[in-house]
Write a protein that binds this ligand. Structure first.
Ligand SMILES: NC(=O)C1=CN([C@@H]2O[C@H](COP(=O)(O)OP(=O)(O)OC[C@H]3O[C@@H](n4cnc5c(N)ncnc54)[C@H](OP(=O)(O)O)[C@@H]3O)[C@@H](O)[C@H]2O)[C@H](O)CC1
Ligand SMILES: [K+]
Length: 487
């Protein structure tokens, strides 16, 4: 189950509900400590030195509770109840050159500006060349607003507990949180809070996609039609088709303008390729359609935008629209019960909304709502850091996977192809929300798996890795799943 994004007040409410139901603080803190240690054992090389900073509140208790689970590791603990008296101990510990710092100075209990000695201490820690892993919240950050209370630790990674705090998702907070990860199960009662924003967890996909029936054949898994590519952009069509293959629909047909037919067709084998013709039956026998990517050249056949506009308003099959094809989607109502998905990046979203990229980025949730509202309640995948998935009404899901190595031409084509390849499969069409969330998560998780192995990967590597990352439970003691070696 995805977890809600919560305010500090809501987190306190959840805490109180847990204590009222008989859960104890001591048990929760012990569990948090074990989870933090599990994360450190998984990510910190064995000979690296770890410094634990334990503050005066429960955030400090959490960090301290990791210690018993880190036997055999080089660990120092510094208690920081007062910034001035703790400074000599801190300096001694920093002189030992910790590779990692577990930050348990302040969590959601920080409720007023930090005095000068605290700010100096925090800046001193920032200057050390250690990777900082913050417990729950980077110390110094207001967990509601995402703004510093004077000074804030700059974490490489923030392990937030039970649910993300709303301030951590604020653009102003990103430089302090580093990569945001959620440790969902810390022993509280089931979350009593509902929220507009929900955070996708890898474990949401432990049982998804469902196993294939033993007697299934390629007809069981549908037939995707991709209309993509044009002069100068033929590679986008090839990438989308190859990524669609990784989703494993029964069949894929790629329809591409005659000007690039030969070059596109020569790069694909299992995918059937046809030159564009207005006479090609659409939706015909297809179980989903993808329009875009690469439909961008000035000499694009005029019937392609017209066909997209007609099908968008009439066809009963799922339609995914990406990249330059977004400009040809008609506003207004869409057929009831037919899946429609738009996958803009922030620049495309801004163009569709008649605003600026900065405006979109400053309130991404509002951009999703507005776009979906304009396009008949279609699903919107607003790409970028923490991709958002949602519609005009209902929950909006934040995707946790992916990293800056995805910022390269073609990665969007790959997402569109993979997503459409899943949309084409009748056994998966009954749960569009999970389908879209899975496609986005898998795309980011494949990038994360590649980046763990070597940073200089390219989009072609992404296509090979897509679909191979097995979802795992966060902060279990097991190692995270890594993809099998691409062929
Ligand atoms: N939410 C949960 O269900 C659980 C959270 N846990 C962890 O606990 C912290 C929150 O712990 P808490 O003890 O409430 O507060 P902190 O540890 O964040 O802060 C410690 C104290 O610091 C004081 N404070 C506040 N502002 C300042 C300031 N500007 N300068 C100096 N000191 C400040 C404040 O005490 P005061 O009496 O001085 O106001 C705080 O109490 C949460 O983030 C999780 O890590 C547990 O795991 C249990 C479950
Ligand atoms: K912290």
């Amino acid at each position: 189950m995805p977890v809600p994004v919560v305010s500090v007040a809501q987190m306190r409410q959840w805490e109180q509900a847990s204590w009222s139901a008989g859960r104890t603080e001591a048990a929760v803190i012990a569990r948090v400590g074990a989870c933090l240690a599990a994360w450190l054992r998984r990510h910190v090389p064995h000979n690296d030195r770890i410094l634990i900073l334990a503050g005066k509140g429960h955030n400090g208790d959490d960090a301290r509770a990791a210690l018993p689970h880190l036997q055999g590791r080089a660990v120092d603990l510094v208690e920081v109840r007062d910034p001035e008296t703790a400074l000599p101990d801190l300096e001694r510990a920093l002189a030992r050159g910790p590779d990692w710092i577990l930050d348990g100075l302040f969590g959601i209990g920080l409720n007023r500006p930090l005095a000068e000695p605290w700010c100096r201490l925090i800046e001193r820690i920032n200057q050390a060349r250690s990777r900082i892993v913050s417990v729950d919240v980077p110390s110094g950050l207001d967990a509601d607003t995402g703004r510093p209370w004077g000074a804030t630790l700059r974490a490489t990674c923030t392990l937030t507990l039970a649910a993300p705090k709303q301030g951590l998702l604020h653009p102003a907070a990103h430089t302090f949180t580093g990569r945001l990860e959620v440790i969902p199960d810390i022993g509280l009662v089931p979350c009593p809070i509902q929220s507009e924003l929900c955070w996708t967890l890898p474990e949401d996909f432990l049982d998804w996609p469902p196993p294939r029936p033993v007697a299934a054949h390629k007809g069981t898994f549908g037939h995707l039609a991709i209309v993509a590519g044009s002069t100068g952009y033929h590679g986008a069509a090839v990438l989308a088709a190859r990524a669609a293959q990784r989703a494993r629909p029964g069949l894929i047909t790629l329809i591409t303008p005659a000007s690039v037919y030969a070059v596109v067709a020569s790069q694909l084998q299992a995918v059937m390729v046809h030159p564009w013709s207005a006479a090609h039956p659409l939706p015909g026998r297809y179980t989903a359609l993808l329009f875009g990517p690469g439909l961008a050249a000035a000499d694009l056949p005029a019937e392609i935008p017209a066909t997209l506009a007609r099908l968008w308003q009439e066809a009963n099959v799922p339609i995914v629209v990406d990249a330059s094809a977004l400009d040809h989607v008609p506003r207004g109502p869409i057929p009831r019960d037919a899946l429609r998905v738009l996958t803009p990046h922030p620049g495309e979203a801004a163009r569709l909304l008649g605003t600026t990229t900065n405006e979109v980025q400053s309130n991404r949730v509002a951009a999703v709502r507005a776009l979906s509202g304009q396009f008949g309640g279609a699903w919107i995948v607003l790409k970028g850091y923490q991709t958002l998935i949602g519609r005009q009404h209902g929950p909006i899901f934040v995707n946790p996977s992916g990293n800056p190595d995805l910022a390269q031409g073609g990665s969007g084509d790959v997402l569109a192809g993979y997503l459409a390849g899943l949309c084409a499969q009748p056994p998966l069409q009954g749960d569009p929300e999970r389908l879209i969330r899975y496609a986005v998560w898998q795309h980011g998780a494949a990038a994360d798996a590649l980046s763990r192995r070597h940073p200089a990967w390219v989009v072609e590597d992404l296509v090979r890795t897509l679909g191979r990352v097995a979802p795992h439970r966060v902060a279990s003691t097991a190692r995270p799943a890594t993809p099998t070696t691409p062929p």
